[in-house]
Design a binder for this molecule. Structure first.
Ligand SMILES: *Cc1c(COP(=O)(O)O)cnc(C)c1O
Length: 492
């Protein structure tokens, strides 16, 4: 197809004339051309040897308001306003610009007065003038530039997490795993060493075992309660980072963040706790000295099984370092998802109360049931971390518990495998599925959900036997859930 004929295409002569008649006068850096390390930033700094010199102000005055969108608000009657220019435009210009970015007082007020933070579904943020652009780069004009570096809706959700976790800063990302991988890649140097705990989230383990070694990063895996082992690692080979969940999945182990943070501090190790299972309602590691806290916001924070995101919160210097690489790796959360997370968190406290109550009641009920051989939930004195849990958690341990169907008494037998399956299929309220954190209860026979393709020796090492059930309580009525469990256990 031939190119369409364009009207008023500027010919080369006109273009050249325009350039020579309007040489760029004041705005380009005029530093020594031989100095190829000079930047626009340093040029602008040179213009302001003292705040009173006024040279930069003078430059900025010549630049200001040339693209003002608020027609006559600046009182400069000689300048053409943007609104008027658009209004005189032709159809395609009208279809691109009319109605959008109307900054009349009514629209502006309505945006500010809306009870909910608006979804700012915009990848690009513009500057009203060159002055604003310069000021933005100098940190004097607070706005956003490009969606990969930040967005107002996303920031609202980040600020809510900061408040809940008592964190200096927070970075939201596209998934919990993105928060994990971006955090590890930015904070652990080449050939660094990290410590993680057994029972750590399976994909985290996979990343640590398969990808980090390519950068020479090695890892020690310790039992969550092994403080002496941790001390030994720090004293013998040193480490960059300690990273553990608390509570863990699916054994609901809890780590002694007080002692661990102390050890980490003594040895200059960054401590990171993944509290996806706890949420800040139940446990705030930063209060106990941890440097960073990580969440899969996909779970309790958003709370409705309808969105994916991750969050990293804590020390501002560390979050800022991760944010820089996040802008390169690009795992941004969509503004619409950020809105849902922000909305979900409004009910976090009341939801967690229900999750805590359901899990603790069910744990107590199952603990006495003859068809259940073991229950993993730290409110029970039989739990390996009962004492640490009692010390650090005052409201509950979240909605996830796990337990073992007795079957024929052999946890690795085919009979037990089948009994656990009959129990799961006998439930009428819980859905079969992975994940957790929503209003609906989810159940899984662990060996056929997350560990389907894992060799027996690996399952034996982790205690994932054939009867192990993970039960992620929703916020349904406690008695209804227990009645349902009672009926299903008759089949096991
Ligand atoms: C789900 C989960 C993750 C991963 O989060 P995604 O949002 O699924 O990427 C990490 N840690 C824990 C403890 C989780 O439960």
């Amino acid at each position: 197809m031939p190119p369409p004929k364009l009207h008023r295409l500027p010919n080369k002569t006109i273009l050249r004339a325009t350039l020579s008649e309007n040489p760029v006068k004041t705005t380009l850096p005029s530093t020594d051309p031989a100095d190829d390390s000079s930047t626009v930033a340093s040029y602008l700094r040179d213009l302001t040897p003292s705040p009173t010199s006024g040279a930069l102000d003078a430059l900025i005055t010549t630049l200001s308001d040339t693209k003002d969108t608020l027609s006559s608000a600046n009182g400069n009657s000689s300048s053409r306003s943007r609104t008027e220019t658009i209004a005189r435009g032709r159809d395609q210009t009208l279809s691109v610009h009319s109605g959008d970015r109307v900054r009349s007082s009514k629209s502006t007020k309505a945006i500010l007065d809306a009870i909910q933070t608006p979804i700012v579904q915009s990848s690009t943020f513009t500057f009203r003038s060159t002055k604003d652009c310069i000021d933005y780069n100098r940190g004097l004009y607070e706005s956003f530039e490009y969606g990969r570096y930040g967005n107002p809706t996303t920031r609202a959700a980040e600020e809510k997490i900061m408040a809940l976790d008592r964190a200096e800063d927070c970075l939201l990302s596209s998934s919990g795993m993105n928060a994990v991988t971006t955090m590890l890649l930015s904070l652990v140097p080449e050939n660094g060493h990290i410590v993680v705990t057994t029972d750590c989230y399976r994909r985290t383990r996979q990343f640590v075992n398969t990808l980090l070694p390519k950068m020479g990063i090695t890892c020690t895996v310790l039992d969550p309660a092994d403080l002496q082992g941790l001390k030994n690692v720090f004293e013998t080979r040193g480490a960059t980072m300690y990273f553990s969940e608390s509570p863990t999945n699916p054994m609901i182990r809890v780590v002694d963040v007080v002692e661990i943070s102390k050890l980490c501090r003594q040895h200059g190790v960054i401590s990171v706790i993944d509290t996806t299972f706890a949420t800040p309602v139940n446990f705030r590691p930063l209060d106990f000295g941890a440097d960073l806290v990580l969440h899969s916001g996909t779970k309790y924070l958003s709370g409705h099984q309808d969105v994916m995101c991750g969050a990293l919160a804590g020390r501002a210097d560390l979050v800022s370092q991760v944010r820089k690489l996040h802008g390169v790796l690009g795992g941004v959360v969509d503004p619409h998802a950020a809105y849902l997370i922000n909305r979900g968190m409004k009910t976090l406290g009341v939801r967690m109360e229900a999750h805590n109550r359901n899990a603790a009641s069910i744990a107590e009920y199952l603990n006495k049931h003859p068809k259940v051989s073991k229950v993993h939930y730290p409110t029970l004195e039989s739990h390996v971390d009962y004492a640490v849990g009692k010390k650090l958690f005052h409201k509950g341990f979240g909605g996830v518990l796990s337990f073992e169907i007795r079957g024929n008494g052999d946890a690795w037998s085919r009979e037990t495998f089948e009994a656990a399956g009959r129990f799961v299929d006998g439930l009428r309220i819980a859905y079969i599925g992975p994940s957790l954190g929503g209003c609906e209860t989810l159940v899984e026979q662990v060996c056929i959900m997350g560990y389907f393709d894992q060799p027996l020796r690996e399952r034996k090492r982790l205690g994932i036997n054939n009867g192990l059930i993970r039960f992620a309580c929703g916020i349904e009525d406690t008695y209804d859930l227990i009645d349902d469990i009672e009926a299903a256990l008759k089949l096991a």
